[in-house]
Ligand binder design. Sequence first.
Ligand code: ADP
Length: 481
Amino acid sequence: MDVTPDEFPTSAYIGGAWVTSKDRFAVINPATGRDIASVPNLTAEDARRAIDAASAALPAWSAKTAKERAAVLRRWYELILGESEALAQLMTAEQGKPLAESRGEVAYGASFVEWFAEEGKRAYGRTIPTTASTKRYITIKQPIGVVAAITPWNFPIAMITRKVAPALAAGCTIIVKPAEDTPLCALALAKLAEKAGVPAGVLNVVTTQDARGVGQALCADGRVRKLTFTGSTEVGKILYRQCADTVKKLTLELGGNAPLIIFDDANLEQAVAGAMASKYRNAGQTCVCANRILVQAGIYDRFASALAAAAEKLVVGPGASTGVNLGPLINAEAIAKVESLMADAVQKGGTVKTGGAKDAAGSLFYKPTVLTGVTADMDIVSQEIFGPVAALIKFETDDEAIALANSTPFGLAAYLFSQNIHRAWTAAEKLEAGMVGVNEGIFSNEVVPFGGVKESGLGREGAAEGLDEYLETKFICLGGM
Ligand code: ADP
């Protein structure tokens, strides 16, 4: 085994070399609070070296045929799958999610590599009927060039593969700056990529605690033609501004404030299962987690009781322990945010139906919580909770539900539960969101476009759209015919 939880790369990866540094920072297991490793704390200067390496590798990599690149990606996919158990354990150790979810994420992350290995072969251009008998019009798709990726800690593998795989499939080279909380999965992926035959400089991983300095270096450099970012809206806006001077193409997957609407005619069992999956996965730390659960008056009490009963069955504990389905939050700030949102909601009249406090499992654990009587003036309604708290808001009419759902600057995911196809379709059309789950709490996979509208971001990841983000369209006019 190349990568095991006890033996994995702890050096950064630039230009095909494993790079060390005297200045290092610790990676902490959020379940135990203990250090599990340290990685190099690289600088803006190192980031520029990574851009040098990615620029040098670009001509040869982009000149390969899509089929040649696909063969390398396919090997990477198989190596990731071959190490899935070790990767899952590594993920649980540095990120905290239950092992079953980590295993799921390794498969989900790998699926992007498989998909884009294949999709890269289908970067078709067009022939356009001419407007002049002496001319012919053709478009071709070409790789955009060097790409920079800045990724979050909540999906330490999938948020990297869904950027790196399409970039590499398209013929781009890439520099990844992983989140400081979860650099080990990124380095493990790089090691497997190296083993798969990804040439030196095509994939680079820069670990750092200086996200700001490294981010600035990546944004300011004109050789980087695209920035792809997943993280908070606040940081996304900084990066958007920073990319203006070099007019980079951008993909931004930012924060959400997902509404999950339960209409009176919903199948209760389905609605509870959907809300559970959407709310408590990764302890509520995903950008598509249901943030506001809007429940129609006629089903409100029944739904609240059924959801609380289901939440109480969740087993809280370290992700590596058998049977656990709710792990710790990522760090102390995350717990403090949930506590402050809860205090505000309760002070403004919210009722804790279940949970509502830290769990005895450790300092970063929070009980699965159901809060009823939630109203629009509470911070929990306008802010992304990123914790295991289900906030239930009561509504009367369909129009009221849609208006409430859309009354946010965000527009990533939305969910609705109804047995009436006309009602469901109408609501799905009216919801201001990039993705809508109808009678479904989990919908993301490699073949569908993931992304948001409004302040939730720009562009899409996964699907054919995900490849296009790394391609430029060139129009060629053939004259003198
Ligand atoms: P979260 O709140 O989920 O941690 P962030 O947006 O803070 O989301 O972090 C997502 C990624 O953005 C991480 O890799 C983090 O290091 C990086 N990041 C944070 N601040 C900046 C910044 N000013 N410039 C560039 N990257 C940043």
